[in-house]
Write a protein that binds this ligand. Structure first.
Ligand code: LLP
Length: 452
């Protein structure tokens, strides 16, 4: 870490900066002020950063109608409205996410529904509200959706989720295109082809395209390209073997999400615009070779749109120098949140960038010396770690505020109430103003579910 006082711009929100007095602001609002007003831990979301990433993504993929924000990354009604205002579409992966989107007034026709085990209530809610596409993940679901659509007197547009058999270079738990995992129909075994034929034959379904998703936090652009190529192979076969009328409906190739984001200073951002152009060219040229009209390429980014827009601010509590061996110690800095607001380090060995946000480290422009540090939470568990190992200045002290950057995706949605910690609030910032988006969960909230 070269200069701890310098915020790496590719990791922090676009509107973050360190003022001359050392205080870090996001969208013109000093983070210590937010910490004082709303308490810590607190998630701070830079609205303009999120909106600008939505616009960049839409531009890269030829328009918002081709970009479905994967709402599992972070969803509130306000976020759904922002996505709508920016002209993007939405991907939901559960009945709950669909209900939030509908409650926000998000147009159902621009929603895609995912899930490997969608229940009848989820499917019925999709059909009743006229959800744009349901992505079929199993034979049972295909039959159930056909039945539900028949009962509702509706023809539902569907995509078939294809498992293209690719080993994405990411954590095992978030790789989804190899054979031995739960999502979709295998391309190699022929089950994806069979499912597509079954969807065409189903009276109340209309097969409008194919879907795949290679995994999440993927940096290897080859993975996206190879997946597109393989799914296009199936698309071409369907064109050959389906009656012309059914083949003509196959207008969509949904390539899922997964675009990796830099979490630490040494990671570089992906060139998403470049990847988008390459993918679209590949699809167009393959279609040309086959003499077919190219399908529309859809994508479903979650992390790339929201991860960099948010930071989590914590107050530093205890600081301990822990003996490891006779000649080594490690400093443990405990903050007032932990694995309940960010499980990603414990679950995926995720890495984060942490900075002091209430002042400069050191004195007279001289940053304090660095020391091996682990940032841990306040939960009653040794695995409650936010940053495993970082070289941090040795002057971080009790009462300081530190913030972890790029916590916008999969932190709040995967938060828990472990040890009866209420979930932190989410505060949005824009043009020097703050707005409370989600309030802090109180102990009364937690106890309110108990019925005796
Ligand atoms: N589309 C589908 C079908 C997906 O399953 C996912 C993510 C996405 C899109 C969005 O992927 P993204 O662009 O956000 O990478 N909890 C994990 C990530 C799990 C991702 C699950 N599916 C994490 O914290 O890293």
């Amino acid at each position: 870490m070269s200069d701890f006082n310098n915020l790496p711009a590719h990791v922090w929100p676009r509107n973050a900066c360190r003022q001359e007095d050392g205080v870090v602001t996001v969208a013109g609002v000093p983070l210590p002020e937010i910490a004082e007003e709303y308490g810590t831990p607190v998630f701070v979301l830079d609205e303009d950063d999120f909106r600008s990433r939505c616009r960049d993504m839409a531009l890269a993929f030829g328009g918002g109608e081709n970009v479905h924000y994967a709402s599992k990354a972070f969803l509130t009604k306000a976020v759904a409205r922002w996505v709508d205002e920016e002209g993007l579409c939405l991907d939901v992966a559960s009945l709950g996410e669909l209900q939030v989107a509908l409650a926000a007034g998000f147009p159902a026709t621009r929603i895609t529904a995912h899930g490997n085990n969608k229940g009848v209530d989820f499917l019925r809610t999709c059909v009743r509200n006229g959800v744009g596409h349901v992505v079929i993940d199993s034979s049972q679901e295909l039959e159930l959706l056909d039945l539900v659509a028949a009962q509702e007197g509706y023809i539902q547009d569907v995509l078939i989720r294809v498992k293209p058999g690719i080993e994405a270079h990411t954590h095992e738990f978030i790789a989804t295109a190899h054979e031995d995992q739960k999502f979709g129909f295998s391309l190699a075994s022929g089950s994806a082809f069979a499912a597509a034929i079954a969807a065409v034959r189903a009276e109340n379904l209309r097969l409008v395209g194919l879907h795949c998703h290679v995994g999440s936090q993927v940096f290897d652009a080859e993975g996206f390209s190879l997946a597109a190529e393989r799914v296009l192979g199936l698309w071409a076969r369907l064109h050959k073997e389906l009656p012309a009328e059914a083949a003509a409906e196959l207008g969509i190739l949904d390539l899922g999400g997964g675009y990796g984001v830099p979490y630490t200073e040494d990671q570089s951002p992906l060139d998403i615009a470049g990847i988008a152009t390459a993918l679209q060219e590949k699809v167009a040229s393959k279609a040309r070779d086959l003499g077919l009209v190219a399908p529309r390429v859809l994508v479903e980014p979650g992390r790339a749109l929201v991860a960099p827009s948010m930071v989590t601010v914590y107050e530093v509590g205890t600081v301990k120098d822990v003996h490891i061996t006779d000649d080594s110690t490690r400093r443990y800095i405990a903050v007032d949140g932990g694995m309940s607001d960010n499980i990603r380090t414990a679950l995926y060995q995720a890495e984060y960038d942490a900075r002091l946000v209430n002042r400069f480290s050191g004195e007279d422009d001289q940053q304090a010396p660095l020391t091996d540090t682990r940032i841990v939470g306040s939960h009653c568990e040794a695995g409650d770690i936010l940053i495993e190992n970082a070289a941090l200045p040795n002057d971080i002290a009790t009462g300081d505020f530190i913030a972890l950057a790029a916590t916008g995706a999969y932190c709040y949605p995967m938060s828990s109430r472990y040890n009866m910690f209420g979930r932190p609030p989410v505060v949005t910032v824009r043009n020097g103003n703050t707005k409370l988006m989600v309030r802090r969960e109180t102990i009364e909230d937690l106890m309110s579910l108990e019925v005796e």
